[in-house]
Design a protein around this ligand. Structure first.
Ligand code: SF4
Ligand code: SF4
Ligand code: SF4
Length: 381
C-alpha cells in the first residue's frame, strides 16, 4: 500500500484545511462538508461549504460529535445523489454509520467523497461544554500523544479508529513529528490526489504497523471493559437497574445515526395504550412506573438496530442521565455482530445480515454464546 507523506505546516488542522482549499481551487470537488464551530463557541455543527474563505473557521478534527455525521449526510441526500461533487471529512465511526445508512437506502453517496483520519477519540460533550478552550487544547494534544484520559469511555475501547470505507484517509500513527500520511483508499481518492499533484509513492509500512499495534491494545481493553460491563448489566434485574434513571426522553434514539425506522414504534399511536391497560397492570403488580415500558423501549431499539450499531457513542453523549447507553449497546453489538460475522460499515458491498438471513441460522443463535464461541475457538466476549 502506498500514499504520500505530507509535511504538517503550522498545525494539523491548518494542513488539512489547506488540502481542502487546494481541492476546491483545482476543481477536484465543488464543496466540502466539515464541522464548524457554532456562533456560541461551545459546540460544532456540520457545514456544507462552497466558499473557501468560510473554511478558515472549520474544524475537520472536531473534538466532539454533537451531531453524528451520517445524520448530516442523510439530511442532504435522502432524496437522491448530490448534483455537485462534495468532499466530506468525518471521524471513522461517522463514516461507518454512513455506509450502514447507504445499505438501508437512507443516504445516496453519488458525487460524495469520504475522507477519514486516525482518530484518537473525542471528548464527552458534557465535559467539552464546561470549558471549550481547555478541551480544544486537550483534543489537539491527543492527536500528538494518543493519551486516552479525557476521551469518552466508548472511544477508549474503539478498535475501528483508523481507515475504513473512505476514499481518502489521513494517517497519523507512525508518522514522524511534523508529518502525516495521505492515503488513497479508492480510485476516486487516487484521482483527487493526482489532480493535486501528489505522488502516491511513499511506503505506509510504519503507519500500518502502528495501527495494527494500537488495534491489538484496544481489543484487549475492549474485552476487559466488556467483562466488567457484563457483570454490571447482565440479567433482567441488573439491566433494569442500569436503565432505572432513564427519563424516557428518547434522545438516544433521536441522535442515533442507525436508528433507521422512519416512524419509531415507541413514538407511534400503536404504542399509546388506554388508561385501563396501565391501571390493570398496576393492580397486578401493586404499582406501575410512569411513563411505562422504559426498558421495553431500550430492548426494542436494540433488537431493531444492533447489527448496524457502529458504537459511535452519540447516544451516550445525548443522555441527560449519564446512562452508559453506548457501552451497553457495544457489548450487545459485539456479541450479535460476531454471531453473524458482520462488521457494520466496514464495506459497502457486505450485505446487511437481515437481507441475507436464512431461517436455519436461528438454531445457532439459540445456543448460549459461550457454546458458540467455544466451537469457533474464540473467547466469549
Ligand atoms: S468511537 Fe472511535 S472513531 Fe468514533 S470518535 Fe471514538 S475513537 Fe473516534
Ligand atoms: S446505538 Fe448509540 S453507539 Fe450505537 S450507533 Fe446508535 S448512537 Fe451510535
Ligand atoms: S437518552 Fe438516556 S434518559 Fe433519554 S431515553 Fe435514552 S437512556 Fe433514557
Amino acid at each position: 500500500m502506498k500514499g504520500t507523506i505530507l509535511g504538517i505546516e503550522k498545525n494539523l488542522e491548518e494542513t488539512i484545511l489547506n488540502f481542502l482549499k487546494g481541492g476546491l481551487e483545482k476543481g477536484c470537488f465543488d464543496a466540502v462538508i466539515t464541522p464548524h464551530r457554532v456562533p456560541s463557541g461551545d459546540s460544532f455543527a456540520y457545514l456544507l461549504i462552497n466558499d473557501k474563505s468560510i473554511l478558515e473557521g472549520a474544524f475537520p478534527l472536531s473534538p466532539v460529535i454533537p451531531v453524528q455525521g451520517a445524520k448530516a449526510i442523510s439530511s442532504l441526500t435522502r432524496k437522491g445523489n448530490a448534483s455537485k461533487k462534495i468532499l466530506v471529512i468525518m471521524h471513522p465511526c461517522e463514516i461507518r454509520a454512513t455506509i450502514e445508512l447507504l445499505k438501508l437506502k437512507q443516504v445516496s453517496l453519488g458525487n460524495l467523497f469520504l475522507m477519514s483520519f486516525d482518530c484518537p477519540g473525542v471528548i464527552p460533550l458534557s465535559d467539552y461544554i464546561e470549558d471549550p478552550g481547555k478541551n480544544d487544547q486537550i483534543s489537539q494534544d491527543n492527536y500528538q500523544n494518543w493519551e486516552d484520559i479525557s476521551i469518552r469511555p466508548i472511544c477508549k475501547i474503539c478498535t475501528e479508529f483508523s481507515s475504513g470505507p473512505a476514499d481518502l484517509h489521513i494517517g497519523l500513527l507512525g508518522a514522524d513529528t511534523g508529518k502525516m500520511f495521505l492515503i488513497p483508499l479508492t480510485s476516486e481518492g487516487e484521482r483527487i490526489m493526482k489532480a493535486m499533484d501528489l505522488k502516491i509513492e511513499d511506503s505506509l509500512d510504519r503507519w500500518e504497523r502502528e495501527v495494527e499495534k494500537l488495534k491489538k491494545e484496544r481489543e484487549a481493553k475492549r474485552y476487559e471493559a466488556h467483562e466488567v460491563l457484563k457483570s454490571n448489566v447482565e440479567g433482567s434485574q441488573k439491566l433494569l437497574e442500569t436503565f432505572s434513571q432513564c427519563i424516557n426522553c428518547h434522545n438516544c434514539m433521536r441522535v442515533c445515526p442507525v436508528c433507521y425506522c422512519r416512524q419509531c414504534y415507541f413514538d407511534s399511536d400503536a404504542f399509546k395504550l388506554p388508561p385501563e391497560n396501565f391501571i390493570n397492570r398496576a393492580k397486578k403488580k401493586g404499582s406501575l412506573r410512569l411513563p411505562a415500558d422504559t426498558l421495553l423501549f431500550h430492548l426494542g431499539r436494540m433488537s431493531h438496530m444492533i447489527l448496524s450499531c457502529v458504537t459511535c457513542g452519540t447516544c451516550e453523549d445525548a443522555c441527560p442521565m449519564s446512562i452508559p447507553v453506548s457501552q451497553v449497546f457495544s457489548l450487545v453489538a459485539d456479541r450479535t455482530q460476531r454471531l453473524f460475522n458482520y462488521k457494520p460499515g466496514s464495506s459497502k458491498e457486505e450485505p446487511l445480515p437481515v437481507v441475507i438471513y436464512k431461517e436455519e441460522e436461528l438454531h445457532d443463535v439459540e445456543k448460549p454464546y459461550s457454546e458458540i464461541y467455544a466451537k469457533r475457538g474464540e473467547k466469549n466476549a
